[in-house]
Design a protein around this ligand. Structure first.
Ligand code: NDP
Ligand code: OXD
Length: 319
């Protein structure tokens, strides 16, 4: 049997996790892990596959025979903007391990705002014992912008918790029990939304989409006493000056942010000190490296058997 083609792994993830994940990954294939110092001078020509996330600058100049690229994450904005990106199929990471993590984060953030956790955190720091109003999930409308793999799963899990769920995407989706909107219906969708969830990819169309005009259109009469913004898509979609102003003047009651225009979030960012903001360091849904490598191996096997690759990015749409 001919030897299996090698694969380049060029991931700026936690090096120990990648090394550990590779111990049992890609059976029968040579793996060139570019995080290993011993691979620095390795000839990368003749290798058809690369798994990448913030790869080293010389990847495409040196790996001149690539046939398929695999994103180490679900989002691909960081790949599509790489200098010298070859015109090859780009497969993004779609896996229950990642989807489940994202839905956990989204449901947790919605519950934190529903159950007034930012306020209880404040009270705890001041030794204040004071129960606050306690609306039910059923009184709150959660609107999700981006009803793809992650948005649709989050919608189903929010329904289980009792929230009313609305969804907005480019093409209208049909999901049991979820009121869905598309494209031009954005204002109607926003006008019904108490908690706005951002799960959009970053593209030319979605850059700066979460801005003052959008925050002003959210429903102000809901049971939470003011709208809340939750973003785990990409920071480039949020206008941070507008967001800070909206959180300061009461247009927004609170926010949960996992993604930022600049990451890591600079020490000078006002978000760090805002009591109505919950922030996490872009960790809502990390890629599980073992699941990623198993997924890439499955896709390579499909490719080598002449079957279509799955979850191929539409370059023109940008996601
Ligand atoms: P999908 O491609 O499955 O879904 C994207 C959704 O966004 C689709 O519903 C799409 O609409 C919609 N959309 C895209 N552009 C527009 C637009 N211009 N107007 C309206 N709707 C639009 O992606 P995933 O759900 O897998 O992931 C979403 C994003 O989440 C990723 O791109 C990434 O940026 C982010 N992410 C963040 C993580 C984190 O840890 N914070 C982890 C993983 C992902 P349609 O269905 O009609 O095409
Ligand atoms: C992703 C991410 O896109 O972690 O997977 O942001």
């Amino acid at each position: 049997m001919p030897a299996k083609s090698p694969v380049i792994v060029d991931l700026r993830f936690h090096p120990d996790q990648v090394r550990e994940g590779l111990r049992r990954a890609f059976p029968g294939r040579e793996v060139i892990n570019r995080a290993e110092p011993g691979n620095e001078g390795r000839d990368l020509s003749g290798i058809p596959y690369a798994v990448l996330w913030k790869p080293l600058d010389d990847l495409f100049a040196r790996a001149t025979d690539l046939k398929v690229l695999f994103s180490g994450g679900a989002g691909v904005d960081h790949v599509l903007t790489l200098p010298g990106l070859p015109d090859l199929p780009l497969v993004r990471f779609v896996d229950p391990t990642l989807t489940t993590r994202m839905s956990e984060w989204v449901v947790m953030q919605c519950l934190m705002h529903l159950r007034q956790h930012p306020a209880y955190d404040r009270q705890q720091r001041q030794d204040i014992w004071k129960p606050l109003a306690q609306p039910e999930a059923a009184e709150v409308n959660v609107g999700i912008m981006g009803m793809g793999v992650l948005g649709s799963d989050a919608a189903r899990k929010l329904k289980v918790m009792g929230f009313n769920v609305l969804g907005w995407s480019k093409a209208r989706k049909a999901i049991d029990g979820v009121e869905t909107f598309a494209g031009d219906d954005l204002d109607e969708f926003l006008g019904k939304t108490d908690i706005l969830i951002g799960l959009l990819p970053l593209t030319d169309e979605t850059r700066n989409i979460y801005n003052a005009a959008v925050f002003r259109k959210l429903r102000r009469t809901g049971a939470l006493g003011g709208p809340v913004f939750i973003n785990a898509g990409r920071g480039g979609s949020q206008v941070e000056a507008d967001l800070i102003a909206a959180l300061n003047d009461g247009t927004l009651k609170g926010a949960s942010l996992d993604v930022f225009q600049t990451e890591p979030l600079p020490a000078t960012s006002p978000f760090w000190a805002m009591e109505n903001v919950i922030l996490t360091p872009h960790c809502a849904a990390d890629s599980d490296v073992s699941a990623l490598f198993a997924y890439v191996e499955r896709q390579i096997e499909r490719f080598e058997q002449g079957l279509p690759l799955e979850n191929v990015v539409a370059r023109d749409a940008g996601y």
